[in-house]
Ligand binder design. Structure first.
Ligand SMILES: Nc1ncnc2c1ncn2[C@@H]1O[C@H](COP(=O)(O)OP(=O)(O)OP(=O)(O)O)[C@@H](O)[C@H]1O
Ligand SMILES: NC(=O)c1ccc[n+]([C@@H]2O[C@H](COP(=O)(O)O)[C@@H](O)[C@H]2O)c1
Length: 173
């Protein structure tokens, strides 16, 4: 039984992520999906809460043919302990898929087998580009699975993103 791990911020979950996850599902038996920077929301680059992102993934992956777990994971101050932090919040996994250089470096140093996942039409499928379109009032719905667009609309996510993007207040502890 081979269980894989894949992490992203999913702000929002889009067809680039979906292509990667669909491909991983052909190679492994189970998949743990980490929702990274789970503590963040209501910011221009991270507008959606961990709970909202759980819902996006849960609904978009309803028909994924393998068992999968969606686990929110907060950032920690020290990169050196991040892999242990991830492991303490997830079912045990055997292989990591990522193309984030820091994620790859940290997992390889910790002794994990890491497979690099290729980018899928990156200029089209990118969280940054989708958020830009949302703020500009351009079409974005075709870049995400239908259930994701429905979740975002259910809580007026585009209005929130526009509001937090124009706000000049930056709250941090
Ligand atoms: N088009 C894509 N094809 C394949 N993988 C992608 C694509 N876009 C992002 N990824 C990967 O998915 C993982 C999660 O990324 P993330 O949730 O930050 O998405 P993103 O589109 O890069 O978002 P942002 O633009 O907000 O940084 C990362 O490893 C990232 O490289
Ligand atoms: N020290 C840390 O908390 C740490 C280190 C490496 C990656 N991460 C997180 O992993 C996720 C990686 O996903 P992206 O590829 O979408 O950036 C991000 O949420 C990032 O913040 C956190």
């Amino acid at each position: 039984m081979l269980r894989a791990f894949y992490i992203g911020r999913f702000q929002p979950y889009h067809f680039g992520h979906h292509a990667v996850i669909t491909r991983i599902a052909e190679e492994v038996d189970e998949l743990v999906i980490g929702i990274g920077s789970a503590q963040k929301s209501h910011e221009a680059t991270d507008p959606f809460t961990a709970g909202e992102r759980v819902l996006m993934l849960y609904n978009a992956l309803e028909h994924l043919p393998i068992r999968h777990y969606v686990v929110p994971i907060e950032d920690v101050r020290y990169n050196s302990i991040w892999v242990h932090h991830v492991a303490s919040r997830t079912p045990r996994f055997d292989v990591v898929y990522s193309n984030n250089p820091l994620v790859i470096q940290l997992f390889r140093e910790a002794g994990f087998c890491v497979k690099e996942s290729p980018l899928y039409v990156r200029e089209r499928y990118s969280g940054t580009e989708i958020r830009r379109r949302m703020i500009a009032g351009e079409k974005w719905e075709h870049l995400v699975p239908k259930p994701v667009a429905e979740v975002i609309k259910s809580f007026d996510g585009v209005v929130r993103l526009k509001n937090v993007s124009t706000s000049d207040s930056d709250f941090s502890l």
